[in-house]
Design a protein around this ligand. Structure first.
Ligand SMILES: NC(=O)c1ccc[n+]([C@@H]2O[C@H](COP(=O)([O-])OP(=O)(O)OC[C@H]3O[C@@H](n4cnc5c(N)ncnc54)[C@H](OP(=O)(O)O)[C@@H]3O)[C@@H](O)[C@H]2O)c1
Length: 352
């Protein structure tokens, strides 16, 4: 007998499979990243859009999935995902309210969840509480892509609180689209033309009212505020929408024509703001006194005014950052950075 110690064979745990729901701009960018990374710890097991899904057929490479999906089996868009087992990871790359309601159910089933969908943590407060309560004991809920597309915003708030800080206030430019629209806007060019350019270049949603209504920013503010220890419901946030009543009510075919309604009032406001040496920014803020979102005139050297393009900018006041806020700034929109944030969360889960 040799003197070498006998080492028992330990069975390797099966790789966690990933179910990707949503193969739009963000979902496709994530597939590309998974393909480039080619990490055996991240096998894709299911890909679905709202109409088709490819069922679990064992671990397989991301390369095969996007084209095959068109030949997948019919899917009703539900969150019931047969074949998944505890330990598997559901990635929600949709904006579906129906799927957001599944987030707590998936966690209860022992699945991990990684979401770009803001309606999970930014929907009803009760759901956010459920998710936070369930994402324990080895079950993970990845939220890095929901606000700031992976900028270290939620993580920082959590770490500050874990270190004993109380968050006093958060103020930010949270919409990359609205940041882009107001970057350099002086009222000379029609605002509607900027909105059309933003849609054409993919910065804004196909229906730009999703951005202009402040609804998307409100979801992000709710997620930030709740993470910071402010249990706000949507009704408690004062949202000053950029939409006029007619634009808000316009049928999809008439939105483009109705955009011109914004031109006069916003040009006037931009001119007045420029005369005061200030710039317009769409700002979200909360503190102990309340939460509000709307267009503000800021001094040109205000930290929230100096970012460029689609940058998100956020200032955080807390116990340790009492006099001068902690500031976080960087690209906070776009499929690439959002997909990278989803992948970061996936890697954190498989490394846990
Ligand atoms: N685009 C960005 O730059 C960006 C940045 C940050 C965060 N996000 C967030 O990321 C999410 C996805 O954005 P996106 O731009 O990729 O949207 P998108 O291009 O409109 O794609 C949405 C995808 O979700 C699918 N889907 C919708 N309902 C579904 C359901 N019930 N079950 C399965 N799939 C469903 C759609 O399928 P069908 O084609 O069948 O409808 C489509 O594949 C959104 O929550 C968005 O707010 C996006």
């Amino acid at each position: 007998m040799s003197g070498r110690p006998q080492v028992a064979e330990v069975a390797k745990p099966a790789p966690r499979r990933i179910a990707l729901l949503g193969v739009g701009t963000v979902g496709r960018a994530l597939l590309e990243r998974l393909r480039a990374l080619d990490d055996p710890r991240l096998p894709l097991g299911l890909v679905a859009n709202s109409r088709r899904r490819l069922p679990l057929i064992g671990a397989s490479s991301p390369r095969a999935w996007p084209d095959a999906l068109a030949q997948g089996e019919p899917h009703d868009g539900s969150g019931a995902l047969p074949g998944l087992a505890p330990g598997d990871i559901v990635v929600d790359a949709t904006a579906s309210a129906e799927l957001a309601a599944w987030h707590p159910r998936w966690l209860r089933q022992g699945l991990h969840v990684v979401s770009a969908n803001k309606l999970g943590l930014g929907g009803p407060l009760l759901r956010q509480h459920e998710i936070r309560a369930l994402a324990t004991d080895g079950r993970h809920y990845g939220d890095a892509a929901t606000v700031g597309a992976g900028l270290p915003l939620l993580r920082t708030l959590r770490e500050l609180r874990a270190g004993g800080d109380r968050i006093g206030a958060v103020v930010g430019v949270l919409s990359g689209t609205l940041a882009w629209l107001f970057d350099g806007y002086d009222g000379c060019e029609p605002f509607s033309a900027r909105v059309r350019a933003a849609v054409a270049q993919g910065y804004a949603e196909p229906d730009p009212r999703v951005d202009l209504s402040g609804e998307d920013v409100c979801r992000k503010l709710l997620i930030l505020a709740r993470t910071a220890g402010y249990p706000l419901e949507q009704a408690e946030v004062r949202v000053d929408s950029l939409l006029t009543p007619a634009l808000a009510a316009a049928a999809p075919d008439h939105v483009d024509a109705a955009l011109a309604e914004l031109d006069g009032p916003l040009a006037e406001r931009a001119a007045r703001t420029a005369r005061d040496g200030k710039v317009l920014r769409y700002v979200a803020r909360f503190d102990a006194a309340g939460a509000r979102i709307g267009l503000e005139a800021l001094p040109a050297d205000d930290p929230l005014a100096v970012g460029r393009g689609c940058d998100n900018r956020v200032a955080i006041w807390s116990t340790r950052y009492r006099d001068r806020p902690l500031q976080i700034q960087g690209p906070g929109a776009g499929a690439e950075v959002t997909a990278a944030a989803l992948l970061d969360d996936l890697l954190r889960i498989v490394a846990s």
